[in-house]
Design a protein around this ligand. Structure first.
Ligand code: BES
Ligand code: MN
Ligand code: MN
Length: 455
């Protein structure tokens, strides 16, 4: 019956998602401030229309948090749904085949910034909720908390959660902001990496210099920055920062063997990225490198002259943005401090170095033997016809660790995206199959969880 409802409203669900995708809610870029705020309003009214009793737009120091609830019976469990309505910047714009904020369907996929991450996945929850309300099948209480600053570190959400422990009381957190292995290989994410993000500035001479008059006699900060970055890893691709691995959780041989059972095709992986070889830490498989091992990557580097033609100059300054993905039981503040110490230490006396920390986040592992996991696993088995595989992901959702530490709640990471959805990249997409499969699967989770969970 609920499936009939979903089927007969498919086109409208898609049209409504398109409305949301048309608003450029880029949280990182202040140019879009009004659009981000308008998106919060649009999300709030969609929840109201879907059947929430109480809908609030909660102001923060940054972008608002949309909170909504439908409480049907205090003796029944409560699911807290988390998602985000903000998106990553769309650039580089010239690499998009259609406009990022003008969604289109092509080859059964929705193309738009935020199609998968996370408007498409968040909106599945709004529509699944509507379908349960309309068919009188909502089996438990539900709260929604949809934020607008996930892509910039969720700092204000962290404050909100700390201040609203009572309001956010629930029995489980449900999130669709991750992926599955493939459309015929369902999986449930049981781990996320943490993050430490820094910006570095290397200063050489006090002004830009003629590279002929001074070249060879003073430090070129761009050359020095490159040398310093190169020293952050050795020839085995281990990170060289002293103490970096001290707290890293070491998995047993059995745990690693269990992980290795998840289907993975190295040739297809290389082919999808047009790589003739992979690259990473010695002694670990590709899946391990992106889940149970920490990493360090330069995310951006700039300085000097990058315009048309040639300019013979030694720049005064060079910059880089560097991120480290963390695993249990590393701590982002500690890693940031270790980085800052080491980076200053390896700088030659001919330059000055400044390290500025950005947002961070802690890693998490969620249980795969809980009632909530079982409810999610059974839900996917019912709709995919296959039991999902538990996998640890390489991405980060900083608030998940805080849900555990502040609210004492585990999260179920029931995502439906694919690696090929190109989140954060040009031509982000989300499959129609995945969008509708999500809407269909979510009510099964509600049902299973309500039946299995004893308050
Ligand atoms: N939804 C992603 C995280 C994700 C994607 C986890 C796929 C697992 C699978 C989220 O929106 C994201 O991009 N997070 C950021 C962290 C943030 C602090 C900027 C990330 O992982 O870079
Ligand atoms: Mn996301
Ligand atoms: Mn993201």
């Amino acid at each position: 019956m609920i499936n009939e409802y979903i089927n007969s409203h498919k086109q409208r669900f898609l049209d409504e998602l398109f409305e949301l995708l048309r608003i450029p809610s880029v949280s990182a870029d202040p140019t879009y401030k009004n659009d981000v705020i308008n998106t919060a309003d649009a999300v709030a009214s969609s929840l109201k229309k879907a059947g929430a009793d109480k809908v609030e737009i909660c102001a923060t120091e940054g972008y608002p948090i949309v909170y909504a609830e439908k409480m049907i019976d205090a003796s029944k469990p409560t699911i807290l749904v988390y998602g985000h309505y903000d998106v990553q910047p769309a650039d580089p714009l010239d690499l998009w085949h259609s406009k990022p904020f003008d969604p289109v369907v092509k080859n059964d996929k929705i193309y738009a910034r935020g199609a998968c991450d996370d408007k498409g996945q968040m909106f599945m929850h709004v529509k699944a909720f509507e379908a349960m309300i309309q068919t009188n099948t909502l089996p438990c209480n539900v709260k929604f908390m949809i934020e607008g600053e996930e892509e910039v570190g969720s700092t204000n959400l962290g404050i909100f959660v700390n201040k609203n422990v009572e309001k956010l009381k629930a029995d489980i957190i449900l999130i669709s902001d991750t992926g599955i292995i493939a459309n015929d290989i369902p999986s449930i994410t049981v781990g996320l990496r943490g993050l430490s993000y820094v910006e570095v500035e290397v200063t050489g001479p006090n002004r830009d210099l003629h590279s002929g008059l001074y070249g060879g006699a003073v430090a070129n900060p761009i050359n020095i920055l490159c040398q310093m970055i190169a020293q952050l890893k050795n020839d085995k691709n281990h990170i060289t920062i002293p103490g970096f691995y001290d707290d890293v959780e070491i998995l047993s041989g059995e745990e690693r063997a269990e992980m290795a059972k998840a289907p993975f095709n190295l040739d297809a992986y290389k082919k999808a990225l047009d790589l003739s070889d992979i690259h990473g830490e010695e002694g670990y498989s590709t899946n391990e490198r992106t889940s149970i091992r920490p990493t360090l990557d330069v995310n951006g580097i700039w300085g000097g002259y990058t315009g048309e033609g040639a300019k013979t100059v030694i720049a005064s300054k060079a910059y880089a943005k560097i991120s480290m993905r963390l695993v249990p039981h590393q701590n982002s503040d500690k890693i940031t401090a270790l980085f800052a110490d080491y980076f200053s230490k390896i700088a030659p006396p001919s330059v000055k170095v400044k390290v500025t920390p950005h947002h961070g986040g802690e890693p998490v592992v969620t249980p795969s033997n809980s009632i909530a996991y079982k409810a999610a696993s059974m839900a996917m088995e019912a709709t995919f016809g296959k039991k999902p595989v538990p996998v640890r992901s390489g991405g980060s959702i900083p608030i998940v660790a805080m849900f555990k530490s502040v609210l004492g709640l585990d999260s179920v990471l029931l995502g439906f995206g694919l690696d090929s959805d190109a989140i954060h990249s040009p031509n982000e997409s989300y499959g129609l199959f995945n969008f509708y499969k999500g809407i269909e699967t979510i009510p099964h989770f509600y049902q299973n969880f309500s039946e299995l969970y004893k308050k």
